[in-house]
Write a protein that binds this ligand. Structure first.
Ligand SMILES: Cc1cc2nc3c(=O)[nH]c(=O)nc-3n(C[C@H](O)[C@H](O)[C@H](O)COP(=O)(O)O)c2cc1C
Ligand code: SF4
Ligand code: SF4
Length: 444
């Protein structure tokens, strides 16, 4: 019997699907509707000092017909009165006592932190999330990512919050930093119960070619926004992995955020150590209903793998994410084209010839459109299989016998690494490369 429920640092939720603090959690109306649709938790749109928002607020990167592949915003924290939000938190908890309602907070002084923590606790919030991530507007006022980028300040504020709070604390990190483990460790040392990440990435998504202003345009001007949506998922997963693998940070529960849209995204974040996930852009794009596909897919995955709870597979990918120096230098794959599937578009040929290793040949007979792999030249880089538009037409097949495993680390230990520019032990020696003049052979 599959049980999707979680206990995230003391915050109980019927499933790991939470709404991230953002427009979809702006009101009790939206959160009740989301819970009714299947979401297990919601992080309320950040509460704090009163703000004034601008119009417009959002920009996007549309890529080849895919709208909002990347999304950015210059919106601030909530502009609704605190009293209204507190009353609605109370109402949501009355209807959904078993769902997770987490209050995202961002204020400045210690006295303000203490007051607002008391307010949300009295309203019945199950937890607090500290917004140290907004990379626009609020950071100019010393909050948001301005705190997320200063580990010592972050640690001090987490300490204040932990002293004042009686409910679990989640520290939400900014990705706008070189090493995510610096603020991550500061949060743990400050006493945080858990960590969530990522907030948005500082960005400019485009420039209008008439007004020369960045999007979104506010009366002829713009500013950097916070980038999110499918485009940021790889960055979020990498940062999650860095935290999960850290000996101290990895001990606290991690909530994964950034580009999550499908059940597969959810599973991938859990495999990298998250035990709850949060979603914003995908809900802004498609609505609360996406949680149904997420739940059905997650259940099916767990059924197939024979997992009963989220904790049965959380972090299972972590041992396989290693440093480059520990990869097997003897592993060898080459590309193989399935002639029955090939449509003769020759995209693989041009990609390999211009952008890789000249390991794909075209026939001299123009009637034959199916290219062939020159195995001796193929370094197994994957490029052709990535550009091929036909599913499973180019596959990478193993050529080593699996008997040898030698890593750069081991070679270094054994004093067996190339040390001069022309060292015979270097890779690439003996690889076939056409002469420069071969590039001109079709010239009339
Ligand atoms: C329009 C908009 C407003 C947001 N407002 C907040 C906010 O008030 N507090 C916060 O912690 N994060 C805020 N975020 C960041 C999201 O909670 C989330 O961390 C980020 O969007 C990455 O998730 P996604 O790729 O699913 O959108 C906002 C994001 C967007 C797009
Ligand atoms: S795997 Fe790389 S080198 Fe080999 S054929 Fe494909 S593109 Fe060329
Ligand atoms: S890209 Fe794929 S479909 Fe196109 S020619 Fe190469 S193998 Fe065939």
């Amino acid at each position: 019997m599959i049980d999707l429920s979680i206990n995230f640092a003391g915050i109980k939720s019927p499933n790991p699907f939470w709404l991230a603090s953002a427009p979809p959690t702006n009101s009790g109306y939206q959160i009740m509707k989301a819970f009714d649709t299947g979401w297990g938790g919601a992080v309320w749109k950040t509460l704090g000092v009163p703000v004034v928002n601008v119009s417009s607020r959002y920009g996007s990167v549309n890529y080849r017909g895919t709208k909002m592949m990347g999304f950015n915003n210059i919106e601030l924290i909530t502009d609704r009165p605190l009293a209204d939000n507190l009353r609605e938190i109370e109402e949501v908890k009355k209807y959904f006592p078993d769902h997770a309602v987490i209050a995202s907070l961002m204020v400045e002084s210690r006295a303000e932190w203490e007051q607002i923590i008391k307010d949300v606790e009295n309203a019945g919030a199950d937890g607090i999330e500290l917004n140290f991530g907004c990379p626009h507007g609020m950071c100019e006022r010393g909050m948001g990512s301005a705190v997320g980028q200063e580990p010592e300040v972050l640690k001090t504020i987490v300490g204040w919050v932990k002293e004042a709070a009686n409910i679990p604390v989640i520290t939400k990190l900014s990705p706008n930093i070189s090493h995510i483990t610096d603020p991550g460790l500061a949060a743990v040392q400050g006493g945080t119960d858990s960590i969530s990440l990522i907030n948005t990435i500082k960005s400019i998504v485009g420039i209008d070619l008439d007004s020369y202003a960045p999007y979104p345009i506010v009366d002829g001007k713009g500013t950097n926004g916070g980038y999110c949506g499918p485009a940021v998922k790889p960055i979020a997963m990498h940062m999650l992995k860095d935290l999960a693998q850290h000996p101290e940070i990895g001990k606290v529960p991690l909530s994964g955020i950034g580009g999550i849209e499908t059940w597969r995204d959810v599973v991938e974040f859990i495999l990298l150590g998250a035990t709850s996930v949060q979603v914003c852009t995908a809900v802004m794009h498609y609505g609360f209903g996406i949680v149904r596909e997420m739940e059905a897919g997650l259940r099916q995955f767990m059924e197939e793998k024979n997992y009963q709870t989220i904790y049965d597979f959380a972090g299972k990918a972590l041992p396989n994410v290693t440093e480059w120096k520990h990869l097997n230098l003897k592993h060898k794959v080459v590309a193989e084209i399935n002639a029955d599937k090939c449509i003769g578009c020759d995209l693989c040929y041009i990609a390999c010839d211009d952008g890789a290793h000249q390991a794909i040949a075209l026939s001299d007979d123009p009637a034959i459109r199916i290219p062939s792999i020159i195995e001796a030249n193929c370094v197994g880089c994957n490029l052709c299989s990535l550009v091929c538009p036909v599913e499973d037409c180019i596959t990478m097949v193993k050529r080593d016998d699996g008997k040898e495993n030698v890593t750069w680390y081991e070679r270094t230990e054994n004093d067996d690494i190339p040390v001069t520019f022309d060292d015979d032990r270097a890779g690439g020696k003996g690889h076939f490369v056409p002469t420069p003049q071969d590039a001109l052979k079709h010239r009339k």
